[in-house]
Design a protein around this ligand. Structure first.
Ligand code: HEM
Ligand SMILES: [Cu+2]
Length: 641
């Protein structure tokens, strides 16, 4: 260990040494062995976005089929498969992972750390995600696309789905769950142990609070979505009867397990995006967030209450009234913290020094405004008699898309416009950014608003077509037009990325004049993040008390007397306690191929289970064990950090 004295070495020398220590090997070896949270975050971003596009293509196919009555774009069977893969892709391969993407990229920077607490586990969670995505989509190439709905209700998916289709689904979902769980553990430890000295819990950026909360939620809810599909796979492949009522099993058990994950997950997918907005909106209003403590309380309360509401997805299953009433009340209750969050945003905007309507800000405020519609329709369906009417109609499709798209997709674009300059080092075009915002957001409302009405006049969801003359034609056509408009907006945003890439207008370290630590280092970020580990004294370290931007951010040039760790290992500071006292110096693991191989071996296990081949399965298990031994060999013999 060495804490360099920057007065002896010039800042250039210090930086060079840090770069040598923290850089990955060049080329392919670096590609497969990197554990750098920024590169992992990068990959998460690209991969999740690709799945977003795939899910979008499936959605557009469905919408095209539904544009006119009695259409024949998709046959019923293919429609089922597209519906299943659209929902599955969006939930498991996009919504759940885009939050890991920004979490990976931003969290270590926002807390002033040099990496995640477990860099190799971080790489593992990405590789597992990638392999699980490939596993699920391999079903397309063997003609066994899952067809039982993304909610996979039994017995539809146990007794009435032949072939490998739902085996792909059940095993793929278990597989991708490993990635989320590993990632959640990593975020929790990172937030508790790696904060820069002085970053007390009450100075924690709000995006970190929301990621911390959702990480706990993932840990508590994912066991259900691991267990349920595993039991389904056993019922299907091994011949057990967990869900078979005739032999003492219980089909409702599936619904309970599925929604015990399925409800909290909707908060898991929108709390981090709300956290992004908590970062973006203060920057463009030029003032700290109003009501920080309220925002933290709302975030944590949402996490708690969301575990007490899953049965609202089962109001139509004939539950005892007392049970159902409890869940109805709890569902209404969860809207309180969300309302608090909205007051926080409103107060911040209301008391702004000066609102700067950048593209990022437009996307952020557009998301908030649109989300309100989903919130209101949510309160409506939380009331049982209303839900009995609206259940399984397009009203629910409208509701769920409002919350998911306004609660995650629009904030994702806000985050892109806000943080991409940090990731790439160049600015996105503002004009194109605003155009894409308007096209996408208007598209969103044209797409989903008419579906409320369709639901109220009785159009059921999960149908592949409808006859003419029911009065549903115009609204369906409008909805499809909106779908294409939404897609056009997404394409413009992508076009913006490539145009701006060619232009490469330099971003500088803090282009928006933001106040939080991720802007205290170069853009793009150097491999070591911060030359000097920052010391934190308030919530917005880069703002003076009057809200002006500090000129020479802390992490870029090592200052005399600061802590600069530049040994031959990846080193960073560990802090302890809620007040982030200096704990010691951590030597972090460097690049490694093992995470990749462990993920590949896990793929082999799932593949063996899928094709019901005991030899492949055994080989896979042995391979997992072998890669884990290889991974930890250094620890076991004490030879390596
Ligand atoms: C990130 C954005 C999106 C997410 C997370 C998402 C999610 C979902 C989910 C979970 C379902 C299953 C609903 C059910 O339980 O029946 C679904 C259905 C559907 N989605 Fe999306 N969706 C998204 C975007 C879109 C877009 C942009 C479109 C249209 C262009 C679309 C069109 C549809 C259609 C047509 C269905 C089938 C409804 C039914 O037959 O019940 N979705 N979506
Ligand atoms: Cu719910």
């Amino acid at each position: 260990m060495s804490i360099l004295d920057p007065t002896a070495d010039s800042p250039q020398q210090v930086r060079q040494r840090l770069t040598e220590t923290w850089s990955d090997p060049y080329g392919t070896p670096g590609f497969f062995s990197t554990v750098d949270h920024k590169r992992v975050g990068h990959r998460y971003l690209v991969t999740s976005f690709v799945f977003f596009l795939l899910g979008g293509v499936e959605a557009l196919l469905m919408r095209t089929q539904l544009a006119t009555p009695d259409a024949a774009v998709l046959n019923p069977d293919l429609y089922n498969r597209m519906l299943t893969m659209h929902g599955t892709t969006m939930f498991f391969l996009f919504l759940g992972t885009i939050i890991a993407a920004w979490g990976n990229y931003i969290i270590p920077l926002a807390i002033g750390a040099r990496d995640m607490a477990y860099p190799r586990m971080n790489a593992l969670s990405y590789w597992v995600f990638l392999f699980a995505g490939i596993f699920l989509y391999a079903s397309f190439f063997v003609g066994a696309i899952p067809d039982g709905g993304w909610f996979a209700y039994v017995p539809l998916t146990t007794d009435y789905s032949a072939g490998l289709a739902m085996d792909f689904w059940a095993l793929g979902v278990v597989f991708v769950g490993i990635s989320s769980t590993v990632g959640a553990i990593n975020f929790i430890v990172t937030v508790f142990k790696m904060r820069a000295p002085g970053m007390t819990m009450s100075r924690l950026p709000l995006v970190v609070w929301s990621t911390l909360t959702t990480s706990f939620m993932i840990l508590l809810s994912f066991p259900a979505i691991t267990l349920a599909p595993l039991l389904m796979a056993f019922d299907r492949i091994v011949g057990t009867h967990f869900f078979d009522a005739a032999l003492g099993g219980d089909p409702l058990l599936w619904q309970h397990l599925f929604w015990f994950w399925g409800h909290p997950i909707v908060y898991v997918v929108f709390l981090p995006p709300i956290g992004w907005l908590y970062m973006i909106i203060p920057t463009f209003t030029g003032r700290p967030i109003a009501g920080y403590n309220w925002a933290v309380a709302a975030t944590v309360a949402t996490g708690f209450i969301s575990f007490g509401v899953w049965v609202h997805h089962m109001f139509a299953t004939g539950l005892p009234d007392v049970t159902a009433s409890f869940f109805s009340v709890a569902s209404l209750g969860v809207s309180f913290p969300t309302a608090v969050a909205f007051f926080v945003f409103t107060a911040t905007l209301w008391t702004a020094r000066r609102i700067r309507w950048t593209a990022a800000m437009l996307w952020a405020v557009g998301a908030l405004v649109s989300f309100v519609i989903g919130g209101i329709s949510g309160v409506m369906v939380a009331i049982m008699p209303f839900d009995w009417q609206a259940h399984d109609t397009y009203f629910v499709v409208a509701h769920l898309h409002y919350v998911l798209v306004a609660g995650n997709v629009l904030p994702m674009f806000a985050a892109f416009h806000y943080w991409l300059p940090k990731v790439t080092g160049w600015m996105l075009d503002e004009r194109l950014g605003k155009t894409s915002f308007w096209v996408t957001t208007i598209g969103l409302h044209v797409l989903f608003f008419p579906q409320h009405w369709l639901g109220l006049v009785g159009m059921p969801r999960r149908v592949y077509t409808y006859p003419a003359g029911l009065g549903w034609d115009v609204a369906n056509l409008a909805s499809t037009v909106g779908g294409y408009m939404f897609a056009a907006g997404v394409l413009i945003a992508m076009g913006n990325f490539f145009v701006s890439w060619r232009r490469r207008a330099p971003a500088g370290s803090n282009p928006w004049g933001a106040g939080t630590l991720e802007w205290a280092t170069t853009s793009p970020v150097a491999p070591y993040n911060f030359a000097q580990i920052p010391e934190v004294h308030d919530r917005y370290p880069l703002w003076t008390l009057d809200g002006d931007v500090v000129d020479d951010p802390v992490g870029i040039a090592p200052q005399p007397g600061g802590v600069v760790l530049a040994d031959e290992h990846h080193e960073t500071l560990e802090t302890v306690g809620l007040d982030a006292r200096l704990g010691g110096v951590l030597a972090m693991p460097g690049p490694s191929y093992w995470p990749f191989w462990t993920a590949a071996a896990t793929f082999l296990c799932f593949f063996g289970f899928l094709i019901q081949n005991p030899i492949t399965l055994t080989l896979g298990l042995v391979a997992v064990a072998a890669t884990l031994i290889g991974w930890h060999h250094g620890h076991l013999t004490g030879g390596e950090h």
